[in-house]
Design a protein around this ligand. Sequence first.
Ligand code: GAR
Length: 226
Amino acid sequence: MKKRVAILISGRGSNMMALVEAARAPDYPAEMAIVISSRPDAPGLAWAKAQGLAAVAIDHKAHATREAFDEAIHAALTNAGVELVALAGFMRIQSAAFVRRWIGRQLNIHPSLLPLFKGLHPQQQALDAGVRISGCTVHFVTEEMDAGPIIAQAAVPVLPDDDADTLAARILVAEHRLYPHALRLVATGDATMDGNRAILKSMVNQTDPLYSPALPGTSKGRHTSG
Ligand code: GAR
């Protein structure tokens, strides 16, 4: 049985699109049951509706408290028979009670290699810190923002001429591959939350390091022998 997934968005929704596209594959272990946007004017919401997906706005501004907003989201998730929640550019902090209800069943993607650069503007934070490699992280959601157990990460180089926009665009390409991959692992039970760690079942790991700047004589920053 495919896991029923809700995608929560607040804006553009490009990660939502990547998840929806991935779920079109017959062997993908999850189906997108509902898209919920915290903003009625989110471009991603219009896209989801145009795809014929069940898609609703639950306007955070129409709710007096965080708890009331979260209660409305919880009711929509329950009504849709949702088993897993994927936050995809969902820019609302959730109440502790909501997080606890969905613990181990809620994922988030963040455009940095956590635990570095939590919160807002992680790409600018990476540039300000002068790191040569950044990336993105999919993690289980816990009460502390951007701090839950890490399921999967992708690394990208930070280039000398980067600004926040060029770095964000490079990371976003990786996000669109990483998020469907990570959701698959959770949907199949190959990744589970165990305290402050995510446990992975045995799987193929690549072992090549990523060099940034690239090693001399290599174009991709990867040293390959032979
Ligand atoms: C993505 O880069 C996502 O990682 C980030 O917002 C963007 C949403 O883009 N999320 C966060 O920063 C969460 N802390 P999208 O709407 O096109 O998926």
